[in-house]
Structure formats: C-alpha cells, structure tokens
Write a protein that binds this ligand. Sequence first.
Ligand SMILES: Cc1cc2nc3c(=O)[nH]c(=O)nc-3n(C[C@H](O)[C@H](O)[C@H](O)COP(=O)(O)OP(=O)(O)OC[C@H]3O[C@@H](n4cnc5c(N)ncnc54)[C@H](O)[C@@H]3O)c2cc1C
Length: 394
Amino acid sequence: MHKTHIPVFDIVVIGSGPAGATTARIAAQKGLKVLLVDKRQELGAPIQCSGAVSRHALEELGITPSEEFIHEDIYGFSIYNQQGDKTEIDYQRIKPDEYGKGEGKKPLGYVVDRRRFDRYLMAQAERAGTEVWLKTEGLGYQPLEDGTCEVHLRRFNQEITVKSKVLVGADGLQSQVGKWAGLRTHIKLSELASCLQFIVDKVETDGLLEIVTGHQWAPGGYAWVFPKGHGYAEIGLGVIRTMTDQNAQWYLDQFIQKSFFKERFKDCRILEIQGGGVPLAHPLKKQYADNLILVGDAARHVNPITGGGIHTALSGGRIAGTFLSSFLKNGKKPTAKNLKGYQDQWLEELGNKMWKLYDEKTNIFRTKDIARQDEQLYNTMSSYFSPDSEYKKI
Ligand SMILES: Cc1cc2nc3c(=O)[nH]c(=O)nc-3n(C[C@H](O)[C@H](O)[C@H](O)COP(=O)(O)OP(=O)(O)OC[C@H]3O[C@@H](n4cnc5c(N)ncnc54)[C@H](O)[C@@H]3O)c2cc1C
C-alpha cells in the first residue's frame, strides 16, 4: 500500500520575523535541518514597527548594515519631559572621533525598513540552508511517543503535516504556539501598549531618535519622532489603555496639534498610518514545553521600558539557534525538562536584565502621583540611553 511521505526536520520555526529568521539561520549554519514557515506572503507587511535598532545589535549577529534595508543612520537620542525640556545624548558630540558621517566614523544605530529587513533576514536563513515556506500557517502540534512531534501546517490552501524534533514558536505578540502547549501567554491589558504612528513628510529631523515622555502626551508609554530617510519622519506613540479613556489616535492628534512640537509639525502631511501592540511586560515565566520553545515577542522578549523588541528578538534567536544545535547534536530528548536549559541560558545572557528593567518599570507606575511618574520615567529613559548605562547592550 502507498504510504504518505512525511517531511522530517530537526527544527520547525513558526514565524519569520527577526526572532524566527535568526533562530533558523543560526541553527542551519550549525548543521541542523531547519524548516521556517510564515503565514504571510510578504514578510514584514503591513509594517507594524518604527524600525529603530542599534548597530551593536546587528554586529552581534554578523549582519552587515546595508542600504538594502536601512532608511537612516542614527547618532543618538533626545529625551523630552512633558514640558519640552530635553536631555540630548548625541554621540557625534560625546565621541566625535568614533561617531559621525565622515570617513572612518560610524553611526550608533539605524532606522530600518521592516519589510526589507525581514526579507533580508529570511534570505540569510535560506542561504544558510533553511527551507522556507511562505504563505504557510502553523495550525497545531502534537508530541509523539518517539520523542519527536508532528507540526500541522496550512501551505497555501493545503493542510500538511511535518515531523520535527523541536518546534520553535517565533510567531510574535499574538503567539498561538505557546497556547498549543498550554503555556501561560496571557498578557495583562495594563501591560500592553497600544501604538500608532504616522509616516509624515515635511518634518525636519537631525539623526537623533526623539522620545517625549509625560502623561499628557502618552500615558504609560511615550511619543516619538524618528527620522525615516528621504526627508520623511515617523511620529508615533504608545499608550496604556487602562490608564486613560482615550485611544492612541486621540493622543497622537493632541501631540501633533498641541505639544511643544506643534509649530514644527504644522505643515506635516500624513503619508502612511501604522499601528500595533507592544508588550511592556515581563518575559514569560515558562518559555518551553515538550518539543517546544518560544522566542521573540512570543516569549515577551521585549524591553519593558522602551518597548524595543528587534534587538532582543535577534539575540533571542541567536541563543535559541545555538542552544538547539548543541542540544540536538548531543542527542538529548527534547522533553520540557531538558529544554528548560534554553530558558536558563537566555536568562543568564539577557533575561535577568530584562526582569530588572521590568521591576524598574513597575516601580515607576506603582505610584499614583502622576507628576512623580512622569519625572521618574523621564529620568529612567534619560539614564537608560546614556553612554554609561548598564543596559546599553539591550
Ligand atoms: C508601532 C510599533 C513600533 C515598534 N517600533 C520598534 C522599534 O523602533 N524598535 C524595536 O526594536 N522594536 C519596535 N517594535 C517592536 C518590534 O516590532 C517587535 O518586538 C519585533 O518585531 C518582534 O520580532 P518577532 O520576530 O518576535 O515577531 P514578529 O516580528 O511579530 O514576527 C512574527 C512572525 O510570525 C508570523 N506568524 C504569526 N503567526 C503565525 C502562524 N500561526 N503561522 C505562521 N506564521 C505566523 C507573522 O506573520 C510574523 O511574520 C515596535 C512595535 C510596534 C507595534
């Protein structure tokens, strides 16, 4: 009788954002047989990200900065309080020999185009030997007696089952993969920033990421003005909806029309509107199950102060890919108990610092005194981005 052939992989990665594509690339480079799937037909679209990422984050992953995905070079930060007083951290001034536009100098970071960046990361994974299936949605998984698992997928319109030793859930904020394994992935509304940004024309920027704190402009979060290249800018903000009756759109209109930037914004034209949620939460307490680990937003590997998740997704992917390759080469059985080693390693390299940041954030918003909250957030943001910050590398 004819028997259906089931494709077999060492790891199957669900979601080809920065976390999934990096996990796949590193694991494939180290010799594993990897399948990377994403339900989208065009990665990174629609864009739900401002794209700010440090140069260090790319260097750490061996990613060569390229015009293919970079919108603009970044040289530092301006952090504003509610009234418009600012702390400027411009590396062109702080370390003029190292940072700048001239020969032999470098930027501090970049604003990347997420559509092109995600495609670039996926292409790197593919070149390393990963098999990539776009327009393929993860539907479920089932651990088997023999120590492997079945992964159920819908590729275009066809349902298909593959076998894998480990399934990696890199399926972003609204991750379903963790839920399949019964992990506690619930996120409190009070820790979910609702974000909206406009891509605009006719707003001058000067190579700095501008961050505006203050309950009046963005309760529980902050507003931003980022350079976008070609004379464009991103004006956006994130708010915690449990702290206000108004939504992000209302606050963004207020910020544009009434803030100390209103003169600067008065001629701006909106070219594109983007939005999405950002978890300002702690990392998941359990990021593993039988035959399964989570990485990136799916595991809440997001900086709970800044909401930045690209760097932590890339680093998490590196840790996951490296861990899985030595784990599987050692012939270990991928039980939940054994895969805990992934989380331990992640905590040691990155996670413990993220827990510390989460505690700092929680302390800021514990007080009911709004003026005090504002002051603390402004101070914390200013020291977070300062050159001697202990968190500089996340
Ligand atoms: C408005 C906004 C602005 C932001 N700005 C910044 C910023 O400037 N800098 C920064 O560092 N971070 C920023 N972030 C956060 C950042 O975008 C995320 O932290 C980052 O994208 C997380 O990467 P990831 O790979 O974990 O997940 P994602 O990038 O979300 O990728 C998940 C992938 O999984 C796929 N997927 C989901 N479910 C399935 C399924 N069932 N089957 C198959 N595929 C699936 C999706 O299609 C997607 O491609 C911002 C977020 C928002 C909302």
